[in-house]
Design a protein around this ligand. Structure first.
Ligand code: FEO
Length: 401
């Protein structure tokens, strides 16, 4: 893949990563990959906006070097300090001896802490502009998206917003870098949601505040630091973000995420019955086996639907641990306000239901229904599970009406 001019005098010079198995060491990207989007802005002076992970330096320099002499860079814009964007910084500063780092004031201490960089830093303020001669960069403060120091950069002559993690997605490029050439928009929208829920969603008020700021900015292109560049429909990803942030504050629509875990298949036997009941009541249901789906993929379903069914057995007097791990992540992501039902098998004293009730209290979820059964299933239990699914869905529908 070569560079791509995304707007007049602005080129993508980033890197595709199909090697890293887990983003941030925990979110799976083995199948999807990811890109680190860096951009060269050329006026009379040159700026590199965003960079990439440390080991990608060679590819980044090859791309950059195919357009300009990297030694002549005047500025490197650090919108965000997380090392997937800054790992190459120390090397870049050696290669480009006159380049200054442009970053928020809050990033200055981080540059010292992560890389021992204390010189050639020019902190920029919200709304400040730097004239590149024919190109102009304006800095937009965006704290807590998703670190304290984060900001965005807007190139005013072409209307390109370098939004860093915001509006980004997992997924390495597969030929097309921009939405106008992409034939797999559904893939990038799905991965943008997964990225949003995994990485950005903890701060919905900060998201909405940043979206409010952008209302007065004439954005023609959204160029995030991961994934698809939105050149044809920048409003599309902005509206998706508005909807997703709204879910955290006003709650998502009715729908059911059914997460199950099973040791010997007894709990699994009620799963289809519950799903059938939900479906017969007219609501969508997404089913996940906790042992075959990483929480990274389950969290977006829980984030975007109001109902959660947990089907999991008792294990050593408590909830099946892989499901408890999922709920721990739900708590860390502050996904509150869901309605929950529980089903599961136990061998002697039970205990999973008690733990689900405790989780519901901690998560500020409402416990609606439960069906704990000893050992295997019977036709009566299967019938009761379907009825439970139907009642649960009806409750969700009535609440939404
Ligand atoms: Fe793409 Fe917050 O790192």
């Amino acid at each position: 893949m070569s560079t791509l001019e995304i707007a007049k005098g602005i080129d993508w010079v980033g890197v595709n990563d199909r090697v890293t198995p887990r983003f941030e060491g925990m979110w799976p990207i083995e199948a999807e990959g990811i890109s680190y989007n860096a951009y060269l802005v050329r006026g009379e002076r040159m700026a590199l906006v965003d960079a990439a992970k440390d080991w990608t330096l060679d590819t980044l320099l090859l791309r950059l070097g195919s357009l300009v002499d990297p030694a002549k860079l005047d500025y490197i814009v650090v919108n965000h300090m997380e090392p997937d964007h800054t790992g190459v910084l120390r090397a870049l500063l050696r290669i480009a001896p006159k380049a200054q780092l442009l970053c928020s004031k809050r990033a200055v201490k981080m540059l010292a802490a992560y890389y021992g960089i204390a010189e050639r830093i020019r902190p920029v303020a919200d709304g400040e502009e730097i004239d590149l001669g024919g190109k102009r960069l304006r800095f937009v403060d965006a704290p807590m998206l998703h670190w304290p120091e984060t900001m965005m950069t807007f190139e005013t002559t072409q209307g390109v917003l370098f939004s860093c993690d915001v509006f980004g997605s997992y997924g390495a490029f597969q030929g097309a870098l921009c939405d106008d050439r992409c034939r797999r928009l559904d893939f990038y929208e799905r991965e943008a949601l997964r990225y949003y829920v995994n990485i950005v969603s903890l701060f919905p008020k900060a998201v909405l505040k940043a979206l409010g700021k952008l209302e007065t900015v004439p954005v023609r292109v959204i160029a995030p630091s991961h994934g698809l560049i939105w050149r044809q429909s920048p409003r599309r990803i902005i509206e998706l973000y508005r909807r997703w942030a709204g879910y955290a504050l006003e709650g998502p629509p009715a729908g059911v995420t059914l997460v199950y875990g099973t040791m010997y298949g007894n709990t699994e036997k009620v799963v289809d019955a519950v799903a059938t009941g939900v479906s017969k009541a007219g609501l969508p249901v997404e089913v996940f086996d906790i042992n075959r789906h990483h929480p990274s993929y389950i969290l977006p379903a829980i984030y975007t639907q109001r109902g959660v069914v947990i089907a999991a057995p008792t294990y050593e007097g408590g909830l099946f641990p892989p499901v408890a791990h999922l709920l721990d992540l739900v708590e860390r992501k502050h996904i509150a306000g869901r309605r929950v039902a529980y089903l599961g098998s136990y061998g002697w004293g039970g205990g999973a239901l008690r733990e689900v009730k405790r989780w519901a209290e901690r998560l500020k979820w409402v416990m609606e229904e439960s069906l704990a059964f000893r050992g295997g299933t019977t036709p009566e239990i299967i019938e009761a599970a379907e009825a439970l699914g139907r009642r649960f869905a009806q409750t969700l529908s009535e609440e939404a009406a």
